[in-house]
Design a protein around this ligand. Sequence first.
Ligand code: UDP
Ligand code: MG
Length: 139
Amino acid sequence: MVEKTLSIIKPDAVERNLIGTIIAKFEKEGFKVLAMRLHHLTKDEAKDFYIEHKEKPFYNSLVEYMTSGPVVLMVLEREAAIAKNREVMGATNPKNAAPGTIRAQHALSMEKNSVHGSDSPSSAAREIEFFFSDLIRCC
Ligand code: UDP
Ligand code: MG
Protein backbone atom coordinates (compact mmCIF):
# COMPACT_ATOMS: atom_id res chain seq x y z
CA MET A 1 0.00 0.00 0.00
CA VAL A 2 1.32 3.44 -0.90
CA GLU A 3 1.66 5.44 2.34
CA LYS A 4 2.84 8.83 3.53
CA THR A 5 5.13 9.33 6.51
CA LEU A 6 6.61 12.34 8.31
CA SER A 7 10.38 12.67 8.22
CA ILE A 8 12.47 15.24 10.08
CA ILE A 9 16.13 15.96 9.45
CA LYS A 10 17.13 16.97 12.99
CA PRO A 11 19.31 19.92 14.09
CA ASP A 12 22.55 17.90 14.36
CA ALA A 13 22.31 16.87 10.69
CA VAL A 14 21.22 20.30 9.38
CA GLU A 15 24.13 21.85 11.32
CA ARG A 16 26.61 19.46 9.64
CA ASN A 17 25.32 20.18 6.09
CA LEU A 18 23.82 16.71 5.69
CA ILE A 19 20.44 17.79 4.24
CA GLY A 20 21.35 16.86 0.66
CA THR A 21 23.03 13.59 1.63
CA ILE A 22 19.99 12.45 3.63
CA ILE A 23 17.41 13.46 1.02
CA ALA A 24 19.50 11.72 -1.68
CA LYS A 25 19.35 8.53 0.40
CA PHE A 26 15.55 8.74 0.69
CA GLU A 27 15.18 9.36 -3.05
CA LYS A 28 17.49 6.44 -3.82
CA GLU A 29 15.29 4.26 -1.60
CA GLY A 30 12.25 5.16 -3.72
CA PHE A 31 10.63 7.85 -1.59
CA LYS A 32 8.92 10.84 -3.23
CA VAL A 33 9.24 14.14 -1.38
CA LEU A 34 5.62 15.39 -1.36
CA ALA A 35 6.17 18.41 0.89
CA MET A 36 9.21 20.00 2.53
CA ARG A 37 10.24 23.05 4.54
CA LEU A 38 13.03 24.33 6.77
CA HIS A 39 11.67 25.28 10.18
CA HIS A 40 12.98 26.26 13.62
CA LEU A 41 10.67 24.56 16.14
CA THR A 42 9.35 26.58 19.06
CA LYS A 43 9.48 25.06 22.55
CA ASP A 44 5.71 24.61 22.51
CA GLU A 45 5.81 22.82 19.13
CA ALA A 46 8.61 20.46 20.25
CA LYS A 47 6.84 19.69 23.56
CA ASP A 48 3.57 18.98 21.78
CA PHE A 49 5.14 16.98 18.94
CA TYR A 50 6.90 14.67 21.44
CA ILE A 51 4.02 14.61 23.95
CA GLU A 52 4.05 10.78 24.02
CA HIS A 53 7.45 11.02 25.75
CA LYS A 54 6.36 13.60 28.35
CA GLU A 55 7.10 11.33 31.33
CA LYS A 56 10.45 10.04 30.01
CA PRO A 57 13.71 11.20 31.61
CA PHE A 58 15.03 12.40 28.24
CA TYR A 59 12.00 14.60 27.41
CA ASN A 60 13.32 18.01 28.53
CA SER A 61 16.70 17.45 26.93
CA LEU A 62 15.02 16.27 23.71
CA VAL A 63 12.91 19.44 23.57
CA GLU A 64 16.02 21.60 24.14
CA TYR A 65 17.92 19.77 21.41
CA MET A 66 15.07 19.83 18.86
CA THR A 67 14.77 23.60 19.32
CA SER A 68 18.54 24.22 19.19
CA GLY A 69 18.57 24.91 15.43
CA PRO A 70 16.52 24.52 12.26
CA VAL A 71 15.15 21.18 11.07
CA VAL A 72 13.87 19.99 7.69
CA LEU A 73 10.26 18.76 7.78
CA MET A 74 9.20 16.42 4.97
CA VAL A 75 6.27 14.29 3.91
CA LEU A 76 7.65 11.21 2.14
CA GLU A 77 5.61 8.78 0.05
CA ARG A 78 6.22 5.24 -1.26
CA GLU A 79 4.99 1.67 -0.85
CA ALA A 80 5.04 0.81 2.89
CA ALA A 81 6.62 4.20 3.59
CA ILE A 82 6.27 4.08 7.37
CA ALA A 83 8.15 0.80 7.93
CA LYS A 84 10.60 1.45 5.10
CA ASN A 85 11.52 4.85 6.54
CA ARG A 86 12.19 3.27 9.95
CA GLU A 87 14.40 0.68 8.21
CA VAL A 88 16.36 3.31 6.25
CA MET A 89 16.78 5.42 9.44
CA GLY A 90 18.08 2.55 11.60
CA ALA A 91 17.66 1.99 15.34
CA THR A 92 17.15 4.92 17.73
CA ASN A 93 20.52 4.24 19.36
CA PRO A 94 23.11 4.53 16.58
CA LYS A 95 25.20 1.85 18.33
CA ASN A 96 22.41 -0.61 17.45
CA ALA A 97 21.69 0.78 13.96
CA ALA A 98 22.34 -1.58 11.04
CA PRO A 99 25.30 -0.72 8.79
CA GLY A 100 24.35 1.61 5.94
CA THR A 101 21.38 3.16 7.75
CA ILE A 102 21.23 6.94 8.17
CA ARG A 103 21.71 6.72 11.92
CA ALA A 104 24.62 4.27 11.64
CA GLN A 105 26.30 6.60 9.16
CA HIS A 106 25.53 10.01 10.63
CA ALA A 107 24.08 10.00 14.18
CA LEU A 108 26.20 11.49 16.95
CA SER A 109 24.39 9.91 19.92
CA MET A 110 21.11 8.37 21.09
CA GLU A 111 19.67 11.91 21.29
CA LYS A 112 21.40 13.57 18.35
CA ASN A 113 20.40 10.82 15.95
CA SER A 114 19.93 12.90 12.80
CA VAL A 115 16.43 11.86 11.70
CA HIS A 116 12.87 11.33 12.91
CA GLY A 117 10.30 9.06 11.26
CA SER A 118 6.68 8.27 12.16
CA ASP A 119 6.39 4.87 13.84
CA SER A 120 2.82 3.80 12.88
CA PRO A 121 -0.06 4.78 10.57
CA SER A 122 -1.74 6.70 13.41
CA SER A 123 1.43 8.64 14.29
CA ALA A 124 2.05 9.36 10.58
CA ALA A 125 -1.46 10.82 10.26
CA ARG A 126 -1.02 12.89 13.43
CA GLU A 127 2.49 14.11 12.55
CA ILE A 128 1.65 15.04 8.93
CA GLU A 129 -1.39 16.96 10.16
CA PHE A 130 0.82 18.61 12.85
CA PHE A 131 3.14 20.26 10.31
CA PHE A 132 1.37 20.00 6.93
CA SER A 133 -2.36 20.40 7.56
CA ASP A 134 -2.73 21.98 4.09
CA LEU A 135 -1.52 18.77 2.45
CA ILE A 136 -4.19 16.74 4.24
CA ARG A 137 -6.88 19.13 3.04
CA CYS A 138 -5.70 19.27 -0.55
CA CYS A 139 -4.69 15.61 -1.33
N1 UDP B 1 15.81 9.82 22.78
C1 UDP B 1 16.80 10.11 23.71
N2 UDP B 1 17.10 9.16 24.67
C2 UDP B 1 16.45 7.96 24.74
C3 UDP B 1 15.45 7.68 23.79
C4 UDP B 1 15.16 8.63 22.83
O1 UDP B 1 17.39 11.18 23.71
O2 UDP B 1 16.76 7.14 25.63
C5 UDP B 1 15.47 10.84 21.76
C6 UDP B 1 16.02 10.50 20.37
O3 UDP B 1 16.35 11.73 19.71
C7 UDP B 1 14.82 9.81 19.73
C8 UDP B 1 13.67 10.66 20.29
O4 UDP B 1 14.06 10.91 21.64
O5 UDP B 1 14.90 9.83 18.32
C9 UDP B 1 12.31 9.98 20.30
O6 UDP B 1 12.44 8.71 20.91
P1 UDP B 1 11.76 7.43 20.28
O7 UDP B 1 11.82 6.34 21.29
O8 UDP B 1 10.40 7.79 19.74
O9 UDP B 1 12.75 7.04 19.09
P2 UDP B 1 12.59 7.13 17.50
O10 UDP B 1 11.14 6.83 17.17
O11 UDP B 1 13.01 8.52 17.07
O12 UDP B 1 13.52 6.07 16.96
MG1 MG C 1 9.45 7.72 17.91
